[in-house]
Design a protein around this ligand. Structure first.
Ligand SMILES: [Zn+2]
Ligand SMILES: [Zn+2]
Length: 396
């Protein structure tokens, strides 16, 4: 029998959510991960804004049945708790949650319970914690603790972060995951802690918020790390896969792409955490998958193309290929007319390069922009294409 664990990233952004356009590809929600152990036990790692969408998914799947999960919180900074008030399963009495976190010296005993109550206190939230009717229990853990939940062995270790932060290791029968975010390298004790926690892990999720240059200069003391430190730890601890995590809110997708490619030069089995990314762990190894990212509707085509790229092991390749569909987000057109903003248009484009069939691309669009145009007699019109339901639309 194959024991398979599944990890899903619901939030990967550090510090604060980023709904901007240039961060959408990796995602703008703050930290939240879902781990399903091979026996079906459900874990949540951190409660950033990604928790909301996880809650919606679970509510839909449960369809009224009770949800039970173990929630491991690394620390109490906003970005790791701010999804709590928006997780619908907390407000349903048939559900049950077991929370784990440490006793903060600023909050005293029952720290995490106090955090929940404070988040839903007046005047910060419209309803109080009594509306959270799911059964909840809280367990305080500390660095060095080990415990077991349904066959998964958990270890906690202190990381180097302002006001404290725990890293967690979860050893399942499908493989091992180490979640070590919000950590600044430097102090020998913590550096050793982390290497011991991560030793031989199948997957290490690590804080890679800054560039190595930022970490050495203006961001020193902020409690975070870089892809280069991640690579060093992955090597020292003989980790199999490194996941760069907790992307800086000011890092665009292109910046994260750059960190990933630099890290892969040093440690090829590196990935950059992205919202919706899934990792399957089993005795056959680790496989990584991405969620569907092409948001625009697709149009089927047959265009010839020459494609060049790199294989898994870095070998370059080039081949002739056929483009079978394109996703189209929008267009800029020159028109004599001036269409109304936010009105619908039909755009039919002649697609060259396909002599074998009628090559008209007929697209429904909404007008989003208007300007005087590049030529005197014409108007510049920006459109975004909108869904035009089509029977048998292919989705991969
Ligand atoms: Zn954080
Ligand atoms: Zn933090």
């Amino acid at each position: 029998m194959t024991h398979q664990a599944k990890l899903v990233f619901w939030g990967v952004r550090g510090s604060t959510p980023t709904p901007e356009r240039d961060t959408w590809r990796y995602g703008g929600n703050t930290p939240c991960l879902e781990l399903t152990a091979p026996d079906g036990t459900q874990f949540i790692l951190d409660c950033g804004t990604g928790l909301r969408t996880l809650g919606n998914r679970w509510t839909e799947q449960a369809n009224g049945r009770g949800i039970r999960a173990h929630v491991l919180v690394t620390h109490y900074h906003w970005d790791h708790i701010q999804g709590i008030p928006f997780f619908h399963p907390f407000f349903e009495s048939q559900n049950q949650f077991h929370f784990y976190s440490f006793q903060s010296k600023y909050l005293g005993p029952d720290s995490l319970r106090k955090v929940l109550e404070a988040q839903l206190a007046s005047p910060y939230f419209p309803v109080d914690v009594s509306m959270m009717t799911a059964r909840r229990d809280f367990r305080e853990v500390t660095g060095g603790d080990k415990w077991e939940i349904g066959g998964t062995h958990i270890t906690a270790a202190w990381l180097n972060h302002p006001q404290g932060c725990l890293g967690y290791r979860l050893d399942t029968s499908g493989g091992s995951v180490v979640y070590a975010t919000d950590n600044e390298p430097g102090p020998a004790e913590f550096d050793l802690n982390l290497r011991q926690l991560a030793h031989g892990a199948d997957v290490l999720i690590y804080d890679a918020q800054y560039s190595p240059e930022q970490l050495a200069s203006e961001r020193k003391g902020w409690g975070h790390s870089s892809w280069l430190e991640g690579v060093k730890i992955a090597r020292d601890a003989k980790v199999r896969n490194l996941i760069l995590f907790h992307h800086d809110p000011d890092s665009s997708d292109r910046v994260v792409d750059g960190f990933l490619s630099a890290a892969r030069q040093e440690f090829p089995a590196t990935w950059a955490a992205a919202e919706g990314m899934g990792i399957h762990l089993s005795n056959r190894g680790v496989t990584v998958s991405m969620r569907e990212t092409r948001l625009g509707q697709r149009r089927r085509l047959r265009f010839n193309a020459v494609v060049s790229g790199h294989l898994d092991d870095g070998t370059p390749f080039q081949e002739k290929a056929m483009v079978r569909d394109l996703s189209l987000q929008g267009a800029y057109l020159c028109l004599k007319n001036r269409p109304r903003l936010q009105s619908e248009m039909r755009v039919v484009i002649e697609a060259a390069g396909d002599p074998s069939r009628s090559s008209m691309l007929s697209l429904r669009a909404t007008v989003v922009h208007f300007d005087a145009g590049r030529e005197k007699t014409q108007n510049g019109v920006g459109v975004v294409f909108i869904e035009d339901p089509e029977p048998g639309r292919q989705v991969d």
